[in-house]
Design a protein around this ligand. Structure first.
Ligand SMILES: Cc1cc2nc3c(=O)[nH]c(=O)nc-3n(C[C@H](O)[C@H](O)[C@H](O)COP(=O)(O)O)c2cc1C
Length: 211
């Protein structure tokens, strides 16, 4: 299937460890000519994670994309998580795909049980009911039975469960190598395969491979 053009993508950031994954996903999406619009929703705990892990203190949320990317982020529109009446809360608004990156166990539970009391869980609910692509980059360790059952429930409803687990077959040398390969694999799930994604060919990666 060919890659799509003029994609509208929702990126939800929740309070699980891995704010750097959201930062990388937003940078790649912003730079991708196939992406027309990115709707960004950050939960309260997600904002805290940006502060704890990236040193980005919460201020005016509308300035967050530029601060995250260190340059003007023209395609990214920040939507308040409390605004359950925002565009992406309706199935009539044509979002092509949604990433929850990283996805906390709390948000996973809300999605798996259909609780739509904030914009992240409502937008995810819409993706499932409309049969659109929803990728949950879940992160915690270890997983409890409740977490695992919620993952199964969400997967059975159509979500892709993409645990924030790095790979090593591409011989990463830096944290950025690990992050980039993982995020590229996430983007490939929404038909936005990236050139820098390492693809296994049956042989070890050449030594100069970056990600
Ligand atoms: C520094 C920090 C790291 C956290 N890491 C995780 C995590 O990896 N996974 C997780 O499920 N929750 C984690 N939490 C807990 C969630 O943030 C918490 O359950 C929160 O209520 C989730 O809310 P949200 O889903 O609305 O973002 C972490 C919290 C903090 C402060």
């Amino acid at each position: 299937m060919p890659d799509a053009q003029n994609q509208i993508v929702t990126v939800a950031v929740t309070g699980a460890s891995g704010a750097i994954l959201a930062q990388k996903a937003l940078a790649l999406l912003e730079a991708d000519v196939r992406v027309a619009r990115i709707h960004l929703v950050v939960t309260e705990a997600g904002q805290r994670l940006f502060a704890e892990e990236l040193g980005l203190s919460s201020g005016d949320l509308r300035q967050l994309p530029d601060r995250l990317l260190n340059r003007p982020a023209a395609k990214i529109e920040v939507l308040p998580n409390k605004d359950v009446g925002a565009s992406i809360a309706s199935g009539s608004y044509a979002v092509d795909s949604m990433l929850v990156i990283p996805c906390s166990m709390g948000t996973l539970a809300a999605i798996a049980s259909g609780v739509s009391d904030d914009l992240v869980s409502r937008a995810a609910d819409v993706m499932l009911k409309e049969g659109r692509k929803l990728v949950l980059c879940v992160r915690d360790t270890p997983f409890s039975r409740i977490h695992l059952e919620n993952m199964l429930r969400a997967q059975e409803a159509g979500a892709v469960i993409m645990p924030a687990v790095p790979s090593f077959y591409h011989q990463p040398r830096t944290i950025d190598d690990l992050i980039t390969q993982y995020v590229c694999r996430v983007l490939a799930q929404i038909r936005l395969a990236q050139e820098q994604m390492y693809r296994w060919t049956g042989h070890p990666a050449p030594k100069e491979a970056k990600a």
